[in-house]
Design a protein around this ligand. Structure first.
Ligand SMILES: *Cc1c(COP(=O)(O)O)cnc(C)c1O
Ligand SMILES: [Zn+2]
Length: 419
């Protein structure tokens, strides 16, 4: 059984049944899953969680899913790495990397899709669908395959080859829309009204959004049951960002961790930074933009949860950053070279955003900090392929190697054994 009780409007509080609904009939506010907090409180303990599976399902008491309907790809419980070398490079004292490149379809989207697909199955849907900037389509396709459901995914026509292949291999129907993500989303919103498809980020969005809270739960548990003082997370629609904060708050509410403020810092690419622009202009009025950046997974020009992301920043004394495409590439390289983690462009945005947040005083380099790395690098290979080390060509002989090696790195000739 689940402790989810209903959907509640984030604006007027009106309640709706746990159905495929996402907007309030009365005020058009977004709906959010509500829970029986007393029921959860009476059951949940650190020990109970620690006995659970090494996946997001260890937090099933906090998710709107009944155990019988779980679509299980073993999502989550990804590594939290202490990043000492990167910390030193950035002049920080304690930095951690939450490495969500380790998920089954190599991005954090597996968390939201695991929850949405399970709920969709419980609601009787046979088809999973989505409007995607790439990673979501990958995860929807994978989860549909795992569940034996149909998948139809909608993507903008100019996606990276790695992101298209990352869906195609699971054999979904892929619709490539001649337009931006925001055009894709508009088309899908119309389709969601007259097709019996579970669009994970539209008509079942309230369930989808809940999956992101598991990132905060895992970080708190992996830090030894405490929250970090500050986090940096990438923002597209702003949903992930707001839900990470909600996750820490819930753990405090249930007494699983001590009450302590978590400062929330968002990261966007300058070529698509409507949330950061609003933050800098000190307004909650977000002006939609036309995206132009290599960080395509974050290229949402009209962010659905941008307003709530801004409120979260304000409430937590947080901040917001925007970095250029060359900085994104530098961020990817810094993370790879210092820590051995190969992130996609969104990860480059996060690391470059972290650096900017330190420079501008939004992040205190002496406080415990977590940076969320939300997707794997092989899907956005084009962004870095021109900027990385090239192989040294040699013949298969010692002499050829020694000559080429000496020329390449200026190293002295190797000394032979016994010589
Ligand atoms: C979708 C996505 C995000 C952020 O998504 P939100 O819409 O803000 O929840 C971050 N990183 C990656 C790699 C993504 O694919
Ligand atoms: Zn309402």
């Amino acid at each position: 059984m689940t402790y989810a009780t209903c959907l509640a409007c984030r604006e007027c509080g009106r309640e709706f049944p746990l159905e495929p609904l996402h907007v309030c009939d009365f005020c058009f506010g977004p709906l959010e899953v509500a829970y029986d907090h007393d029921g959860i409180q009476s059951k949940i303990t650190r020990e109970r969680i620690e006995c659970g599976p090494r996946s997001i399902w260890r937090y099933i008491d906090l998710l709107p899913v009944d155990v019988d309907f779980i679509v299980d790809l073993n999502v989550g419980w990804t590594p939290l790495l202490k990043a000492d070398r990167l910390a030193e490079r950035l002049g920080m004292r304690e930095l951690w990397i939450k490495n969500d490149t380790c998920n089954p379809s190599w991005s954090f989207k597996d968390r939201v899709v695991a929850v949405a697909s399970s709920r969709a199955r419980q609601l009787g849907f046979q088809t999973l669908a989505c409007a995607s900037t790439g990673n979501l389509a990958n995860s929807v396709s994978a989860h549909a395959a795992r569940a034996g459901m149909e998948a139809i995914v909608f993507i903008p026509h100019d996606l990276e080859a790695g992101k298209v292949l990352g869906s195609a291999v699971y054999n979904p129907t892929i619709v490539s829309v001649n337009g931006s993500y925001d055009d894709v989303n508009r088309l899908c919103s119309e389709l969601a009204d007259n097709r019996h498809w579970a669009f994970v980020n539209i008509n079942v969005r309230p369930y989808y959004a809940e999956g992101s809270r598991t990132l905060a739960y895992e970080v708190a548990e992996q830090l030894g049951w405490r929250a970090p003082r500050q986090v940096v997370a990438p923002m597209a629609s702003g949903s992930l960002f707001t839900k990470i904060h909600k996750g820490f708050q819930e753990f405090q509410r249930y007494g699983l961790i001590e009450e302590s403020p978590v400062r929330m810092i968002g990261a966007q690419a300058e070529g698509c930074s409507p949330i950061t622009t609003a933050w800098r202009n000190e307004t909650t009025n977000i002006r939609p933009v036309k995206p132009d950046t290599i960080a395509k997974s974050l290229a949402i020009g009209n962010p659905a949860d941008g307003y709530y992301a801004l409120k979260t920043m304000k409430r937590t004394d947080g901040g917001s950053t925007a970095v250029t495409d060359p900085e994104v590439v530098e961020g990817i390289q810094m993370l790879a070279e210092c820590e051995g983690v190969f992130a996609e462009t969104a990860g480059g945005v996060t690391i470059a955003g972290l650096r900017q947040a330190i420079e501008t005083g939004q992040v205190d380099p002496d406080e415990t900090t977590v940076a969320f790395i939300t997707g794997g690098g092989l899907k956005t290979a084009d962004a870095v392929v021109e900027h990385v080390t090239q192989p040294i060509p040699v013949e298969g002989t010692l002499q050829s190697f020694e000559d080429a090696f000496a020329e390449e790195v200026g190293a002295p000739q190797a000394v032979g054994v016994g010589g």
